[in-house]
Design a protein around this ligand. Structure first.
Ligand code: UD1
Length: 422
């Protein structure tokens, strides 16, 4: 299995282009199931998760072609001929559950395996199930599969979620777009990826209002058409690379970045003493050469601090001046990077959902193990400023979420290379 070797190499300088958002693309792709006409996505990221979603859609009868080195996805679902999302594909990626709403809305039935994905908590499906049940679906769990039946056509309804789940909001939106009548989703998720999905659905003919707020109204239509849509910038890839100069020193411009995508994160960087400014082409992050100040961070749903940037922020705070308290409120098991960072000399105490990080002057390179997607990249970031060599093993998670990581970091002067690992 591949490993990544990082050698601490001093300040970085240059530009890093930010790709289209993995999490937006993974919900836009299943939207093809809602229409017989073609859906074209541009600015799509080149990631293994995208290939997994392609395989899943193809297994249902969609045609999916990756063009322009994977940056354009042409999907067409004129003939959906299988309504079962198989365990073998779904277990690789939790976002596979996003075919449930569209299949149910278009075909009236769907059988979807319970998902896998990162090992960062229980990640149940109850919010998806109750959202789709509100639209009239009957859903039963049999042999590890959810068997869903719309009993004809889904019916518009008012539904309030107990928690603003991203995936459940997406499934509800796609399903309600083809339901009979009006639906209102209360306590909806507000993430930029949801706004992106709605903008694409609207191009396909959906009638939706309120995206980006916690109440979304959907007027169901009889059919949806084709569309061409540009995938929104990946705010998690953006935030991750913003931390590269913060950790290693220097000045890096993140092309395509906007502060509004990562406001809560930028607020914390400012509080820690980092300079972030908007430029004509993106965001410029400067580390003035001083040690970062400790800051406390609590993960929250958007517009709060994203859970998907918590591990990377922890890597940065390991060498801050003072003690930072990081609280994880979205996933219950998301500090698996902490023991690995401690192998590099970090001082971290984890208790339940809270991690206390006391900054040390410098980390030391070590062999470490990637445990999930964001944890893997946090170890690479930590390695950028560590003394000596850090080898991050089991990096297959990384390929799920970061395209051309070695190239992007090498372009700003980091010494990062892929090697054959254990
Ligand atoms: C999405 C993102 C993921 C990100 C997460 C939170 C994609 C493909 N993935 O995941 O990168 O970390 O949002 O920002 O977009 N929950 C339930 N019942 C449910 C569904 C979720 O209890 O039916 C819980 C989960 O266990 C978790 C929390 O809600 O603790 C957040 O999950 P959710 O917002 O649904 O995240 P995902 O859509 O899976």
């Amino acid at each position: 299995m591949d490993a990544i070797r990082v050698t601490g190499n001093g300040p970085l300088s240059g530009q890093i282009p930010i790709a289209g958002a993995k999490n937006a693309c993974l919900t836009l792709m299943p939207a093809t199931l809602l229409s017989e006409e073609p859906l074209t996505l541009t600015n799509s990221p080149r990631l293994s998760d995208i290939k997994t979603m392609k395989l899943l859609l193809e297994s249902l009868g969609s045609e999916v072609t990756l063009m322009n080195d994977g940056q354009v996805i042409a999907a067409s679902s004129h003939d959906v001929n299988n309504l079962t999302a198989d365990y073998d594909i779904v277990r690789k990626m939790r976002a596979s559950n996003l075919v449930l709403g569209p299949l149910l809305a278009r075909e009236g039935r769907a059988v979807v395996s319970l998902p896998g994905g990162c090992a960062i908590g229980a990640r149940p499906m109850d919010l998806h199930i109750s959202a789709l049940e509100a639209l009239g679906a009957e859903i039963e769990l049999k042999d590890g599969y959810l068997h869903a039946d719309a009993k004809g056509r889904l019916k518009g309804a008012v539904h309030e979620m107990r928690f603003a789940s991203v995936g459940a909001t997406e499934n509800f939106l796609m399903a309600a777009s083809l339901a009979k009548g009006t639906s209102v989703l209360k306590n909806a998720a507000r993430e930029p990826e949801i706004v992106d999905l709605v903008q694409c659905l609207r191009k396909m003919g959906a009638q939706i209002e309120g995206e980006g707020t916690s109440e979304i109204t959907i007027q169901g239509v009889d059919r949806l058409g084709g569309a061409t849509h540009r995938v929104v910038t990946d705010r998690i890839e953006l935030g991750t690379y913003m931390l590269a100069p913060v950790i290693a020193g220097g000045e890096v411009e993140l092309l395509g970045g906007r502060i509004s995508l990562v406001q809560a994160f930028v607020d914390k960087l400012h509080a820690a003493g980092v300079d972030v400014t908007e430029t004509e082409n993106g965001l410029l992050v400067k580390n003035k050469g001083e040690r970062l100040q400790a800051v406390d961070v609590t993960t929250e749903v958007f517009p709060g601090f994203p859970t998907d940037l918590q591990a990377q922020m922890m890597a940065a705070l390991c060498t801050a001046n003072g003690t930072s308290v990081l609280e994880e409120t979205i996933f219950e098991n998301r500090f698996m990077h902490a023991p690995e960072l401690m192998r590099m000399g970090a001082k971290i105490e984890v208790q339940g959902g809270t991690a206390k990080v006391t900054g040390v002057e410098r980390l030391k390179g070590a062999p470490v193990m990637a445990t999930d997607l964001r944890a893997s990249v946090s170890l690479i970031l930590a390695g950028l400023a560590a003394e000596g060599e850090t080898v991050v093993n089991r990096v297959y998670h990384l390929d799920r979420g970061y395209e051309k990581l070695e190239e992007k970091l090498a372009a700003v002067g980091a010494k990062v290379e892929r090697i054959a690992g254990e």
